[in-house]
Structure formats: C-alpha cells, structure tokens
Design a protein around this ligand. Structure first.
Ligand SMILES: Cc1cc2nc3c(=O)[nH]c(=O)nc-3n(C[C@H](O)[C@H](O)[C@H](O)COP(=O)(O)O)c2cc1C
Length: 320
C-alpha cells in the first residue's frame, strides 16, 4: 500500500485523523479510533513544565500502546529550556513525533504565553522548534490557529518561520484564538498555508465526517484532516460510517468494549473517566437521557455494565 504522505521518513497510510482533545483523546480512545481507521494517533496536550520535572500524574498521560503508532505527543509551554527538557523526558516513552501546541485558546494557557499566545511571538515559536529539533531524534511538528484575532491573522508568517526552523508538518485550525470555537473555520486560509508549504499540512475545523473530510482534502489541497468534536463518541467516523445508521446494539457494544479497555488501562478510576464518553455514545437514542443519567451516577463497573445490558435488551431504534 502506498503512503498518503510522509512526516519526514514516517509513512502515513491515510488522510483522516483524530484531533488531539484534552480529556478525550487518551490511549484507550486513540486505540479505538486507530482500529476504526484513523491513520495515526495524536495525544492530548501535556504541560511541558510538568513533564520536565517528571510529575508522575502527568507522566502517566504519556502512556500508550504499540497499536496506536504512529503516535504524536503534544507539548505546550512558553519556555525553550523547559520544552527541550520535557521533550527529552518524553522521548523515554518513544513517541514517533513531538508536536508543539500553538493553538490552545483557553485563558489559563494562552494567557500565560503558551498555546495560541505563541502566534504573537512567532520568532520564539521558531526558536522552540529549532531547539526541539536539536533535542529529539524524531520529527517535530506544530498545530496552529490562523492568528491571535481578526486584526492579526499571521498564519502565513507563522508557517514560514516554523518551516525555516525545521518543522516537519503543520496542522492548521482555521480559526483565530479570539474566535475560540465560534463562527466557522476558514478553509481558504488553511489552503493558503498548504499552497505555500514544503511540508505536509493538515486542515482542522468543523469536519463533519469522513466524506466531508475527503471533500475538503480535494477542495483545499491539504494532505489530511483532523476531526475533533465530531469524533467524540463516534469512532465510526473513521470507518466512513454515518453514526445515525449504526445499529444501537453495535454502538452500545463498542461503548462497552471501550469501557472495559478504560478499566484495564486505568483501573477502577476508568469508571469515572468514562462518564464523558458514555454521555457521547448514548446521544440520540430513545431513552438516552435516562441511561445517561444512570451512567453518570454509577461508580462501579458492575453497575455500569448492568445498566447498559438492561438498556440493550430493551433498545428500540435510535431516533436520531
Ligand atoms: C474538548 C476539547 C479539547 C481539545 N484539546 C486540544 C488539545 O489538547 N490539543 C490541541 O491541539 N487541540 C485541542 N483541541 C482542539 C481540537 O484539536 C480541534 O483543533 C478543534 O476542536 C477544531 O476541530 P473540530 O471542529 O473538528 O472539533 C481541543 C478541542 C476540544 C473541543
């Protein structure tokens, strides 16, 4: 099979991927999406300052399983030395790629010089990429937005500086930091980045499903697309299947499988961590509100499974 594109020497066999999402794109969910067709795994971001000092709570976020590969770790930070140290520590876990987050719009992060704030200091971002390149033996990539706000849409300048600094791929979310998640993503701007780039460019923002992703790839010329919000509770998006056509028993069966994998990976804590996924899986079913309410209260794996099995036994067609 021919690779769709390469991240430096790493062949990528596909063009549709799960976007990094804090609290969602953890190892069990990445693994499921990868098995359903997502062509690589992009980890949720981790703060460089915690990894640099080997904080065990955050180091545990770097755990992954082999079948997730190729695997991208994403770091955020505002300081070259800390980032470099974090990348050095992260390499002990042997990711395939290290990514710099330059898109997070949340105040705690962007207000602290990290995430999307780096769009305002593109030279610093370039130094970070150069430094990471010197520090780690794997490709270094970045995920950006179009700029800080409408009056500073500097995506072409940012992408040029990142490339001059040695970035191996750029993912572009077609919104500014000020937009956060409002309005619609500007794919013509994403296409401009691609038209001016020597490295692969992935487009991000509002991709509805697999075929919409492929349409956008054809229309805007990007190498691939990341799907974020529309992939929550919906790994079928990577199979090119419309979730509304998936039989409810199959949705709940996959949900149970995901739940059991969370327990295996996290221990009993997986029960609580799974709640947000459960709420997504059951969305749209007849009786979903009731089931969701029950699942959000269950604190033991046995209760969880009993509730789901009872629901499956009584399930009627979805009312999507
Ligand atoms: C809950 C949530 C968490 C996110 N966490 C991250 C993250 O850790 N790293 C990152 O680069 N982007 C993160 N994003 C942004 C997404 O990766 C993506 O760029 C954005 O949601 C737009 O794509 P979509 O319209 O397909 O959701 C997050 C988005 C959401 C909704």
């Amino acid at each position: 099979m021919e690779a769709a594109f390469h991240i430096e020497s790493i062949p990528i066999y596909g063009r549709v991927f799960l976007s990094p999402m804090a609290n969602f794109s953890d190892s069990p969910y990445r693994k499921l999406c990868r098995r359903f067709g997502a062509a690589f795994s992009f980890c949720e971001f981790v703060p460089a300052e915690t990894i640099a000092v080997r904080d065990p709570d955050y180091l545990s976020m770097l755990r992954f399983e082999e079948e997730e590969r190729p695997l991208i770790f994403q770091l955020f930070g505002n300081n070259c030395d800390t980032l470099a140290e974090a990348a050095r520590v992260a390499m002990e876990y042997q990711p395939d790629v290290i990514d710099l987050n330059m898109g997070c719009s949340v105040q705690q992060i962007a207000g602290n010089g990290s995430g999307a704030a780096l769009l305002r200091t593109p030279l610093l971002a370039g130094q970070m990429i150069e430094r990471l390149r010197k520090t780690v033996p794997v490709p270094v990539t970045a995920k950006i937005r179009l700029g800080w706000d409408d009056s500073s849409r500097n995506y072409l300048e940012v992408a040029r500086i990142l490339q001059e600094s040695g970035v191996a791929m750029v993912s572009v979310h077609g919104r500014t930091k000020a937009q956060a998640y409002t309005g619609t993503a500007d794919w013509s701007a994403i296409a401009e980045v691609k038209a001016n780039a020597r490295v692969p460019v992935l487009g991000v923002g509002d991709v509805l499903n697999h075929s919409d992703g492929l349409d956008r790839i054809r229309k805007w010329g990007v190498d691939g697309v990341l799907i974020g919000r529309n992939a929550a509770g919906n790994p079928w998006v990577f199979k090119g299947m419309d979730r509304s056509l998936v039989p409810p028993e199959e949705i709940l069966g996959v949900m149970l499988e995901h739940f059991r994998d969370m327990l295996r990976f996290y221990g009993e804590r997986g029960c609580i961590l799974f709640r947000k996924h459960a709420a997504r899986y059951v969305r749209g079913f007849e009786g979903a509100d009731d089931l969701r309410a029950k699942l959000l209260q269950t604190a033991t794996p046995e209760d969880f499974e009993t509730n789901v099995m009872r629901f499956i036994a009584n399930a009627s067609a979805p009312i999507l």
